[in-house]
Design a binder for this molecule. Structure first.
Ligand SMILES: Nc1ncnc2c1ncn2[C@@H]1O[C@H](COP(=O)(O)OP(=O)(O)O)[C@@H](O)[C@H]1O
Ligand SMILES: N[C@@H](CCOP(=O)(O)O)C(=O)O
Length: 296
């Protein structure tokens, strides 16, 4: 039996659309065993009602990609999930399914693919590297795709707390990407370039006051505001209490980076969502340098 534990991720980190992501200490766990025939699922935690529990399941689809490449033919599979990451909230649940499936299948079939090959495959399935990379590798990962290969650099996570405010509704990444424009203004591109540079420099030099300026974005967040009622107010009103606040991945979760006052920040975000008739809860999470964890 193979056991895999994959961290949640917060992608984009404000200006780094499809480029930056960080792993967080909140996990989905996966246990895969080879059985005599068929495909069986057991789900504990999030997704027991809504996930496809058949060949369409994203974990199974990801495993199948590895088996095809390495020419491995399991007779049957039993897949047990313990999901602590809520689905379609911008915390990388799909990245955990893809990375978990790929890593488990690779182990089951004799460890033939390298970490970089798994990252390329994960990116091909997810469509962008920013959340699969930190789910696999941990840390803060800067990534891009060059000639079909992911080029990346992992940085250590900041010594900050991440207040994660999770609204009680799902927003699929596919839907949240449909709201994006096909072209952006030159000045908006410059805005994001400068902010991404400042953010990465702030992280490398541990000059966290730079984060205060650097988490703003003009490429995706403004277009997603209508999908996250209350986001505009949260961005304005929570900023003063923390180092920076931004939408997590494609939303609707919002994350605040802080060194103190986490409860106040979390309660304020929950309150603003509630003024917009949306129930929400908050968690205070640590970022983590450890990516996927594999046990046999
Ligand atoms: N643990 C899981 N097992 C299998 N599939 C999953 C799991 N978590 C998420 N998915 C798939 O990913 C979809 C959500 O992906 P997405 O819209 O990108 O949201 P998120 O921001 O959480 O990654 C789900 O609807 C489901 O199809
Ligand atoms: N860069 C992507 C990130 C999606 O992350 P997820 O956690 O919402 O799946 C985007 O912003 O669309």
């Amino acid at each position: 039996m193979i056991k895999v534990k994959v961290p949640a991720t917060t992608a984009n980190l404000g200006p780094g659309f499809d480029t930056l992501g960080m792993s967080l200490e909140l996990y989905n766990e996966l246990e895969v065993s080879e059985v005599e025939s068929g495909l069986e699922f057991e789900v504990v935690g999030y997704g027991s009602e809504e996930l496809d529990l058949d060949e369409n399941n994203l974990i199974y689809q990801s495993m199948k990609r590895v088996f095809e490449i390495v020419d491995y033919h399991p007779q049957g599979l039993k897949i047990k999930l313990n999901n602590q990451i809520p689905l379609a909230r911008g915390l990388g649940s799909s990245a955990t399914a893809i990375v978990g499936g790929l890593v488990a299948a690779n182990k089951l079939s004799g460890d033939k693919l390298s970490r970089d090959e798994l990252l390329n495959l994960a990116t091909e399935i997810e469509g962008h590297p920013d959340n699969v990379a930190p789910a696999l590798l941990g840390g803060v990962v800067i990534s891009t795709i060059k000639d079909g290969q992911v080029v990346y650099k992992k940085l250590s996570v900041p010594k900050l707390n991440i207040v994660v405010c999770i609204p009680d509704y799902q927003l699929s990444t596919v839907e949240a990407r449909e709201s994006l424009p096909t072209e952006v203004k030159f000045e908006d591109a410059i805005f994001n370039l400068s902010h991404t540079g400042l953010l990465i420099t702030g992280l490398i030099t541990e000059d966290y006051k730079l984060i205060k300026y650097a988490l703003d974005d003009k490429l995706h967040q403004p277009y997603r505001q209508e999908l996250v009622p209350g986001l505009e107010t949260i961005l304005e009103e929570v900023k003063e209490d923390c180092l920076g606040v931004t939408i997590s991945g494609s939303g609707p979760t919002v994350v605040a980076f802080s060194l103190e006052k986490e409860e106040k920040i979390g309660e304020k975000m929950v309150d603003i969502f509630s003024q917009n008739n949306i129930k929400a809860k908050y968690l205070v999470l640590n970022p983590t340098d450890q990516g996927v964890i594999l046990k046999r």
